[in-house]
Design a protein around this ligand. Structure first.
Ligand code: OAD
Length: 246
């Protein structure tokens, strides 16, 4: 793979680099994406599963689906893209990884500064008293109840819900302040996350998209690198390390 001279030049001088990741980054680990052929939203409608009303209407059904996804996610391992991003954190003085993924794979690959915009499937909380329940037995197919009587739900952002305020504010600040912004493995169809690359562009960052196919924002970014993010990120990180003698 040949990377543009412009990108390498920008990365060599960049102090602040921000990254937005989506489901595509975990595809090479075997986690299904949402909108690709065969993706999750082809099998289920979001309103059947990923919203509070659906949970209240049939808590066991929604809970068992999240248990199923938790099982998939616990049984996969980070891929070379996750590891490359964890390495980048050590290379750049200010590196911020913002993810829409709930699968915890960035942390498992060693990334420390991870901003989760859509929550984390490993965490759960009681809808009544907000107590955390983070160590869940996967065999538990029926929804769990807190000692206060409240239902326990996954700590993920459902349709119609606000994103965690501090995480979103921080992500916007990362988009405004970086010299290079990567948008990786996301269809850029879900807002407000999809605005982040556009904010970065507005604030003069060099915006690079890595994806297996064109997205809603491909025309708006400075550079598109088409292909699998795991392979591309591994190669790119090796080049940066060589160029910067790291
Ligand atoms: P999508 O499923 O919408 O998009 C996945 C993107 O990854 C697509 O653009 C694919 O082309 C790309 N892709 C697939 N395999 C890839 C690979 N190996 N390398 C690079 N790119 C690849 O997933 P997201 O954009 O993450 O929200 O979806 C955003 C949000 O929609 C999710 O966080 C979720 C969902 O509803 C909530 O649940 C709140």
């Amino acid at each position: 793979m040949v990377f543009s001279e412009e990108l390498i030049k920008k990365l060599k001088s960049a102090k602040t680099v921000s990254v937005l990741t989506g489901a595509g980054v975990s595809a090479e680990s075997g986690v299904p994406t949402f909108r690709d052929p065969g993706g999750i939203w082809e099998k289920f409608r979001p309103e059947q599963l990923a919203n509070f009303e659906a949970f209240m209407a049939d808590p066991d059904f929604v809970w068992s689906w999240y248990q199923h996804r938790r099982e998939i996610m616990r049984n996969v391992t980070p891929n070379q893209g996750h590891y490359a991003l964890a390495e980048m954190e050590k290379i750049f003085p200010d590196f911020n990884l913002i993810t829409q993924n709930i699968d915890n794979l960035h942390r498992r690959a060693g990334s420390r500064k991870v901003t989760e915009l859509h929550g984390n499937i490993e965490r759960n909380y009681c809808i009544k008293c907000r107590k955390d329940f983070n160590d869940i037995d996967l065999t538990q197919k029926k929804v769990l109840k807190c000692e206060c009587g409240g239902l326990i739900r996954p700590d993920v952002v459902w349709f119609g819900e606000m994103l965690p305020y501090n995480a979103l504010k921080f992500a916007e600040e990362c988009a405004r302040s970086c010299q290079v912004f990567f948008t990786i493995g996301t269809s850029a169809e879900v807002y407000p996350a999809a605005l982040l690359p556009l904010i970065a562009k507005q604030y003069d960052a060099y915006v690079v998209e890595i994806n297996t196919r064109p997205t809603a924002i491909s025309m708006d970014v400075d550079e598109v690198i088409e292909g699998k993010s795991g392979e591309i990120l591994k190669e790119l990180t090796d080049i940066i390390k060589k160029e910067l003698n790291k």
